[in-house]
Design a protein around this ligand. Structure first.
Ligand SMILES: Cc1cc2nc3c(=O)[nH]c(=O)nc-3n(C[C@H](O)[C@H](O)[C@H](O)COP(=O)(O)O)c2cc1C
Length: 512
């Protein structure tokens, strides 16, 4: 029979032992040495706390049944995540990113070669999609340099070209602290990639760093709104005239909380953020679930057109796909109005967030790969795939996942958490609490002080360099001379993966 500790007996013993010790030390203090009274006071305090737990407080069953001993459970529970992360979790176990995945980012960000030895720690049980190589790899000098131009489909004068397939995905000043925004933007500039401002309003710190920016207009339209939440065309026009603003992204929805607006907990509203967003201090900021102008497919497409007319720079839309039939209807409406966003950013349900209701984070939205595949298929079937670019987001932190997304229809890659990890994020999962231990998602100066902007900016640039190196190596190994030729033929999709099931089902079902 397994030996077990009878906590109830121990706690009953403790209930007697603690006051007895107080009496014993009191006698010791009286007859032996005055110093025993220090222990008398300690045990008297413990007795009072124990009695409070056992007979007065009514909230916690464990404390009412086990007294002070029950407190140990709460202490162990509170340090459990750290104990598991540092001591007990194995390398492939943690979520959202396991240690192997995180270490690869850390190594890339530090400029350390990410070659590893002996063998992969991942499963090769026919459950994962892999990239097919060619018997005839090509040399780097025969591979065309990556270039992707947004806005060319509309014949825009102010097109925007990226020369690397990576973009830092939306994270607002608010969700992120000042040092993090500065380091990301400076790093993006050093790496030669753009950064999305997130929905935090006037991107003051982003603009100070002089990076190339995609301004995100969330549903609350911070920075470009009228008092009633509608778009202020003049404010947007003025912002678009800033040389650093290269594109606009209208956020319709986000993978971590589709159907909900952004959420910034009150703990993170400083005076400056309150001023930048025009929101009160001391209250959670909850953005509306949709733009006031977007009530149906007609008004949504008309709104895209209005923003395009105001901005004169590429304008895209960010969505997490839910109902594919609604998406197809929206695409048909675009055709009807002859209005197309310059890019579609597809955010998988597995995407990250500063804060979101758990039910939405866990339960809503289509994961990236099937969403990407469906969107690409619908756009192709509707004959409009060539009218816009697709940017994919959703845990695309390493080169092989990124390659798979490109093969399933993406033209470029968004990453938020890959870049947070490069900044030194340790996945403490405290982004909404203002207590981020590495100073990234906090406004507490005493925690931000460890995040040295110059140092971390270099890590962002190194990470991009490492990814780009892999990207061309992978193109070479797959025998592809132009990134535009990456397609599903380059993928080995085993029959029995959950993803393969979904994709195969989607392939069979023409009426998505
Ligand atoms: C801290 C944090 C803040 C974010 N803020 C925004 C935001 O302001 N607007 C938005 O559309 N998405 C926001 N996101 C979502 C990301 O832009 C991205 O779509 C999602 O995390 C998927 O990418 P990833 O898996 O590479 O993190 C945020 C994500 C994180 C982790």
């Amino acid at each position: 029979m397994a030996a077990s500790i009878n906590l109830h007996k121990i706690s009953r013993f403790a209930n007697l032992a603690i006051p007895s010790m107080a009496v014993l030390f009191f006698l010791g203090g009286h007859f032996v040495s005055f110093y025993f009274h220090f222990l008398t006071v300690t045990f008297l305090l413990l007795t009072v706390v124990n009695l409070f737990y056992l007979y007065i407080q009514k909230k916690h069953t464990i404390l009412r049944n086990f007294g002070i001993l029950g407190q140990a459970r709460y202490i162990l529970e509170s340090i459990g995540p750290e104990m598991r992360q540092y001591l007990f979790a194995n390398d492939t176990e943690e979520r959202p990113f396991n240690r192997i995945e995180r270490s690869e980012i850390y190594r890339k960000a530090k400029g350390i070669d990410s070659a590893s030895s002996f063998g992969s720690q991942l499963d090769f049980d026919n459950s994962e999609i892999k990239v097919r190589h060619s018997m005839y790899p090509v040399d780097r000098e025969n591979i065309k340099d990556f270039a992707l131009t947004f806005g060319e489909e509309r014949g825009l004068e102010n097109t925007y070209t990226i020369n690397k397939p990576y973009i830092i995905s939306a994270m607002s000043y608010g969700a992120l602290g000042k040092n993090a925004v500065q380091a990301l933007t400076r790093g993006a500039r050093m790496a030669g990639i753009p950064i999305n401002t997130g929905e935090g309003g006037t991107p003051k710190y982003h603009m100070d760093e002089g990076g190339e920016l995609i301004f995100q207009m969330g549903t609350a339209k911070f920075g470009v709104r009228n008092d009633d939440g509608s778009l202020n065309d003049e404010k947007l026009r003025k912002l678009c005239a800033e040389p650093s603003i290269k594109m606009i992204e209208i956020k319709l929805s986000q993978g971590a909380k589709p159907g909900k607006g952004g959420l910034l907990p009150k703990e993170k509203i400083t005076q400056e953020i309150s001023d930048l967003r025009g929101v009160p201090l001391g209250q959670d900021v909850v953005s509306p679930a949709h733009h006031i102008e977007c009530m149906c497919k007609q008004s949504t497409v008309a709104f895209i057109k209005r923003v395009q007319d105001v901005c004169m720079i590429p304008v895209g839309v960010k969505i997490c796909i839910g109902k594919t039939s609604e998406f197809r209807d929206m695409v048909r409406e675009m055709k009807a109005q002859n209005v197309f966003p310059d890019f579609l950013a597809i955010d998988g349900a597995e995407g990250g967030t500063g804060a979101a209701p758990k039910a939405f984070m866990d339960g809503y939205g289509m994961p990236l790969m099937p969403a990407l595949f469906s969107a690409n298929k619908i756009l192709t079937e509707e004959g409009v795939r060539g009218r816009m670019k697709i940017i994919a987001a959703g845990k695309l932190i390493n080169s092989s996942k990124q390659f798979i997304a490109l093969a399933l229809g993406a033209d470029a890659i968004y990453s938020a958490r890959g870049f947070m990890l490069s900044l030194g994020c340790i996945q403490a999962m405290l982004c909404g609490n203002n207590t981020c231990p590495v100073g990234i998602t906090t406004h507490d100066p005493s925690l931000q002080k460890g995040l040295i902007v110059e140092e971390k900016a270099k890590r962002i640039a190194n990470y991009v360099k490492g990814l780009e190196h892999d990207f061309y190596e992978m193109l070479a190994a797959s025998g592809i001379k132009d990134a535009k030729d990456i397609n599903m033929d380059q993928l080995y999709i085993p029959d029995d993966t959950a993803l393969a099931d979904q994709i195969n089902a989607l392939l069979k079902n023409a009426n998505l």
